[in-house]
Design a protein around this ligand. Structure first.
Ligand SMILES: [Zn+2]
Length: 334
């Protein structure tokens, strides 16, 4: 299964590359022979054009291939993953790279795909929580502390790329930051030994460091943070640290969660209800079917063609069996 997925991803990248090359070649050719392509080239710099859409195994989810060689992973029209993720705001020497990103400029909510057919999850380190997310001794505690013994293995939670791996003289001590394919960054502080270097690809479950007591730490523990565009949120929203399980496959990250006072325990019920509502909505929209009226169509034929009844179509569209159908009108049939 895993091998197949790797192959699929490799094939996809090969397609992207070949399309990028084709685009470059044809653009140059066109420039030499005709001036009419000039506006397209301008457009290409400003916003890449979609050259192909690939279906995935997940319903309502697809991959857009763009003419600049990049791709976007979208679900229900929402961008979930972007191949420029590891190119922008990428700095190996700075802990905070998103300083100029205003919180108000972030979307009100962002769907984060945690696991699917191409991405897996592994618990970073299993242990007792010794300090939660929130205010602690009048300071912001932007992550969670997990007890460990010096030398315990810390693993990458999701697939990603190491953005930062250094011994620092900050409170973090020895720190590793991984930017994951799902857009999140995880911080691992107070380490005793680093096992990965900057710009290295890591897979979920790969040992990245050994735990320790470096930096501002009163005893061996892992300080673990989850961030999106530099903003931290309670890691307990993603992980159940007691069982080591991920709470859900897909996480709807709300801007409100970036407050240091916003904790998972407080809005547990509200969060669960909003997920249930979203699930119902998705199920309903996945079942919906539409039909465009063609010349010679009448309700009976449309119903038969779509394995439904005239009265069901009338009910869904608020029409009567004798309503005159305009060619081109779109009717909901399911
Ligand atoms: Zn901590």
């Amino acid at each position: 299964m895993k091998r197949l997925l790797i192959f699929t991803l490799g094939a996809l990248l090969a397609v992207v590359e070949s399309i990028a090359q084709e685009q470059t070649v044809s653009a140059q050719d066109s420039v030499a022979t005709s001036e009419s392509v000039a506006p397209i080239l301008t457009n290409r710099v400003e916003s890449p054009i979609v050259v192909d859409t690939l279906a995935t195994d997940t319903p309502l989810m697809s991959v857009l291939l763009l003419n600049d060689g990049t791709w976007r992973y979208i679900e229900n029209g929402v961008i979930e993953q972007d191949s420029t993720l590891f190119a922008s705001y990428w700095d190996n020497d700075e802990i905070s790279v998103y300083k100029d990103v205003q919180m108000s400029s972030l979307p009100k909510s962002v769907p984060i795909r945690l696991v699917d057919t191409t991405a897996i999850y592994r618990y970073p380190h299993r242990g007792r929580i010794t300090s939660r997310y929130g205010i602690r001794h009048r300071r912001n505690h932007n992550g969670i502390d997990i007890a460990l013994k010096v030398g315990d293995t810390i693993c990458a939670a999701f697939n990603g790329k190491v953005r930062f791996s250094k011994c620092t003289n900050t409170g973090y001590g020895t720190l590793i930051i991984i930017r994951h394919d799902n857009g999140l960054e995880t911080y691992h502080g107070h380490l005793s030994k680093r096992l990965v270097e900057e710009n290295e690809r890591v897979v979920a479950g790969q040992p990245i460091a050994l735990g320790g007591n470096s930096g501002r730490s009163t005893g061996p523990h892992l300080h673990f943070e989850c961030r999106y565009m530099g903003q931290s949120f309670d890691p307990e929203r993603l992980f159940n640290f007691k069982t080591g399980e991920l709470r859900r496959d897909k996480f709807l990250l709300r801007r409100a969660y970036f407050s240091i006072y916003s904790k998972y325990e407080q809005d547990f019920n509200a969060e669960e209800e909003s997920y249930a509502a979203e699930k119902r909505e998705n199920a309903a929209s996945a079942e919906r079917r539409y039909y465009r009226v063609r010349s010679g169509d009448y309700l009976g034929r449309i119903a038969k063609r779509n394995h439904t009844t005239v009265s069901a179509i009338c009910r869904l569209n608020g029409i009567k069996p004798n309503t005159v159908l305009q060619i081109g009108r779109v009717l909901r049939v399911k």
